[in-house]
Ligand binder design. Structure first.
Ligand code: ADP
Ligand code: MG
Length: 225
């Protein structure tokens, strides 16, 4: 999937005052690229990621996925597009405490009606779980897993519907160094092996170093470095 941003700007209105967070960002991200976005707290990283994830459509400029302008899709089409094409990972894992590891990963597939597709997702889930060394823990609940294990589970959950684009907002922000390294390597290998475009917002120099490209968000602009 190729992402194109043309003059994307975003201003938050708070009553009489307004805050210009993104100014005329123009950028193209090829499929299979991995991109790190760094920048100080409050610089607009999450704002940008929400726009790229089509969660926020209140911006000026044009965002295209494979040449399709996101703003031309109605809400229903957009939700369908998002579920199918985009995987999200956040700083905290957002796993459901009452579901075990495997059930959490299969949650996004519950809406599938096709039995074959369901079966395929299950097989895929087990392969992915195995590949990150969590096979012994599939029956365990989030409360019985470490932070790193929960985050690896969240990465697999984001991948279960085979997204073309994976967006991660500070995915290692709450992990110790070793777990952060594991999750970073997992993200980088997903990008390489599964051809999933990856955009990671991070404070971590190590994590940014695992991506093909890095940009810094400064005064609403992305600067390549
Ligand atoms: P980052 O993720 O880089 O820390 P954010 O994108 O969360 O930055 O926020 C950028 C700026 O926009 C901050 O000054 C923040 O306070 C402001 N902001 C974020 N969300 C809103 C909102 N919904 N309404 C008003 N201001 C917001
Ligand atoms: Mg943020």
């Amino acid at each position: 999937m190729i992402l194109t941003l043309e003059n994307i700007s975003k201003t938050y209105q708070n009553g009489a005052s307004s805050l210009n967070v993104l100014s005329n960002i123009t950028l193209s991200i090829e499929s299979s690229e991995s991109v790190a976005i760094v920048g100080p707290s409050g610089s607009g990283k999450s704002t940008l990621l929400n726009i790229l994830g089509t969660l926020d459509t209140d911006y000026t400029g044009i965002l295209k996925f494979d040449n399709e302008n996101i703003k031309t899709l109605n809400e229903q089409k957009l939700a369908k597009f998002r579920n199918k094409k985009i995987g999200f990972i956040f700083q905290t894992h957002h796993l459901l405490p009452q579901l075990n590891l495997l059930e959490n990963i299969l949650l996004p597939t519950l809406i599938l009606k096709d039995k074959n597709l369901k079966k395929q997702s299950e097989t895929r889930a087990l392969e992915l779980i195995n590949s990150v060394g969590l096979f012994d823990k599939i029956k365990q609940y989030p409360g019985q897993l470490s932070g790193g294990e929960c985050q690896r589970t969240a990465v697999i959950r984001a991948l279960i519907n085979k997204p073309d684009l994976l967006l991660a907002d500070e995915p290692t922000g709450s992990l110790d160094n070793e777990s952060a390294d594991n999750v970073g390597n997992l993200l980088a290998s997903v990008n390489k092996l599964q051809n999933t475009t990856l955009i990671v917002v991070t404070h971590s120099v190590e994590l940014a170093g695992k991506m093909n490209k890095s940009y810094k968000l400064v005064n609403g602009k992305l600067i390549s470095f």
